[in-house]
Design a protein around this ligand. Structure first.
Ligand code: GTP
Length: 600
């Protein structure tokens, strides 16, 4: 154990975590010098520059410093990669729990950002040794001295404890590796105690099933052992155990402090829960490693095939996606407007986007996704509690005692110039200011309580535009709170369109109804009859717009001449219709279902 170091890299998005990781892997000759990044292997990740799925990789480092406390020689450094987005913060917390130290990487041109802070808090909570690294010092706009001040202010370290590096030029990479050996504590634990291993991640492999990654806190595991997963209670044989180099490397046995993988014929991703504890069936540990949580979907949306005959294909695609994404949930749902589809549950907005994109790219599915909403806790007059994932699933208003909605604790870091507009935005979104602190000269950290339901609508875009991109935002879920919510219905020619219903705060309901009607008037094309668009709360109509009829003759432009050109235009019109849904007698384009996201 003396020669093992388990560490992770925590950083705000784009501060250079993956690039620096690559340099560490190259320096230790774990990988060949390459272009491109090794740790992100999904297409999408590459494109978005976000590490979606965490991985772990083992390096061997020849430590050569003269140091009174450390022997020269080979050290095993396990780098546990953490996902980089708020939606995956529970996974981050489990990866962090598997480490003894963390590199806190801060971009020399950007300074401390919201995610730097939220990840740092998680690492401090787990008692990790923090090694601050200022990255991108090669850039002309780098301000390492200012960023040093911010880091000292943030974690109270000494100036000389802060490393400087460049993932681009490789400068400072040796210092980082030496610091990992000298400053990250070796893992502790009892080799002779019953097995206790923390699952911090899992991946799906089409040949081998689900592969779980773990860190052994106590005891050891051998190939062929009979093991049990504590929280699921499922039992398996360890068909293969090993360590993670660039490829999986089977081993006969792994012991306390080591990081590795187990293959045991698991087919269903749901059986391997991040945070679960692996132990032996025969000599089990007395309790699970603390900190386990069931991952819960917080954001929901309806996903419907454009072509109703694709329903079964859509189900099969979602099932396949779920094989390697256990946090995706779905249930059949039907909508009067959209027909048969599924209500999908996501960890957050980014997760939802990823799933949508994968459905499109990997499965070629043409779908309509409805406006996302959060999960609500509805209490009836008898004190019974029910979770509602869809505004149209709200029980009869008369039977409801009260409704609770999820709240978040949000951290925003911005330039002082934008405090005003950001405060206004957060207050408009029903936020409550918790505190505001200055980080350095012109940068400020703002903390808010906000309803998650307001964030899933158009918060990110608005924040970005009012701060000209100079605001970073991070959040975690912070419980449910009693809210006065109203259900707003939209009617087209008198017919209620369930897919357009929304739950909103009573004070905002009328305004929202009015703006929805105006927006839908823009989005729904004129048809051969008048279309009435109405917004209603219960039986009361609160807003109305009318789309006047028109007889649109697309061929009028062709002066009766060229037949083939005429046919082409008609074809084009037909294609346009494919993305339309017929509701009653009204043709509604897909973008209308997302109208609420586009309100000004
Ligand atoms: P996420 O996975 O999205 O959290 O990003 P990341 O923190 O892993 O950042 P990544 O390594 O993808 O780097 C972000 C961008 O900064 C890329 O365009 C890198 O090429 C660039 N970059 C990273 N490190 C350095 C550096 O030391 N110097 C310079 N000039 N650019 C760097």
């Amino acid at each position: 154990m003396k020669h093992i170091r388990n560490f992770c890299i925590i950083a705000h998005i784009d501060h250079g975590k993956s690039t620096l990781a690559d340099r560490l892997l190259e320096y230790t000759k774990t990988i060949e010098v390459t272009q491109g990044q090794m740790l992100d292997d999904m297409d999408l990740e590459q494109e978005r520059g976000i590490t979606i799925k965490s991985h772990a990789i083992q390096m061997e480092y020849g430590y050569e410093n003269e140091h009174p406390d450390f022997e020269k020689g080979q050290y095993v450094l396990n780098l546990i990669d953490t996902p980089g987005h708020v939606d995956f913060s529970y996974e981050v917390s489990r990866s962090i729990a598997a480490c003894e130290g963390a590199l806190l990487v801060v971009d020399a041109t950007q300074g401390v950002q919201a995610q730097t802070i939220s990840n740092l808090y998680m690492a401090i909570e787990q008692d990790l040794e923090i090694i601050p690294v200022i990255n991108k010092i090669d850039m002309p706009s780098a301000m390492p001295d200012e960023v040093e001040d911010e880091i000292i202010e943030l974690i109270g370290c000494k100036r000389e404890d802060i490393l400087r590096a460049s993932g681009k030029t490789g400068e400072g990479v040796k210092d980082v590796l030496d610091a990992v050996v000298e400053r990250v504590p070796a893992p502790e634990g009892d080799k002779d105690a019953p097995l206790q291993a923390l699952i911090f991640d899992s991946v799906f492999n089409s040949f081998r099933g689900i592969i779980a990654y773990f860190k052994i806190e106590n005891g050891s595991i051998k190939k062929g052992d009979k093991v049990k997963f504590f929280n699921t209670g499922m039992e398996y044989v360890a068909d293969e155990v090993g360590v993670l180099k660039m490829n999986m490397m089977p081993k006969k046995q792994l012991s306390t402090g080591e990081v590795g993988y187990i293959i045991s014929g698991i087919k269903n991703a749901k059986e391997v829960q991040v945070g679960d504890t692996i132990t032996h069936i025969d000599n089990p540990c007395s309790k699970a490693i603390s900190g386990f949580q069931e991952v819960k979907s917080m954001v929901f949306a309806g996903v419907y095939p454009i072509d109703p005959s694709d329903y079964e294909n859509l189900r099969a695609s979602l099932e396949k996606l779920q094989l390697n994404d256990a946090s995706l949930t779905f249930m059949p749902e039907s909508s009067v407007a959209l027909g048969f589809g599924f209500r999908c549950g996501f960890l957050g907005l980014l997760h939802m986007e990823i799933v949508q994109e994968r459905l499109d790219r990997e499965f070629n599915m043409d779908v309509i996704t409805t406006v996302p909403n959060v999960s609500y806790m509805v209490y009836d007059k008898h004190g019974e509690q029910k979770e509602v994932h869809n505004p149209s699933g709200l029980p009869d208003l008369m039977s409801i005692d009260h409704i609770e909605e999820p709240y978040i604790y949000a951290t925003i870091i911005t330039d002082t110039a934008y405090i005003g507009p950001i405060m206004t935005l957060c207050l408009d979104k029903r936020g409550e200011l918790i505190k505001q602190e200055y980080i350095s000269g012109n940068r400020v950290e703002i903390h808010f309580h906000l309803p998650l339901g307001e964030i899933v609508i158009d918060f990110y875009d608005k924040l970005k535009s009012i701060s000209k991109g100079y605001a970073s935002f991070d959040y975690h879920i912070d419980g449910f709170r009693h809210s006065k919510l109203a259900k707003l219905d939209i009617l087209l020619n008198g017919e209620s369109v369930d897919a357009l219903s929304a739950l909103t705060h009573v004070d905002n309901a009328v305004g929202l109804g009015r703006r929805m009607c105006e927006k839908l008037k823009e989005l729904i094309p004129r048809q051969q009859f008048d279309i009435a668009i109405q917004a209603a709360i219960g039986a009361k109509i609160v807003a109305r717009e009318t789309i006047k009829c028109v007889r649109k003759d697309v061929t009028a432009k062709c002066y009766g001449g060229d037949v083939s050109r005429k046919r082409k235009l008609l074809e084009k019109q037909k294609k346009g219709k494919k993305r339309m849904k017929q509701i009653g007698n009204v043709e509604v384009p897909q973008k209308a279902f997302l109208a609420v996201l586009k309100l000004d």
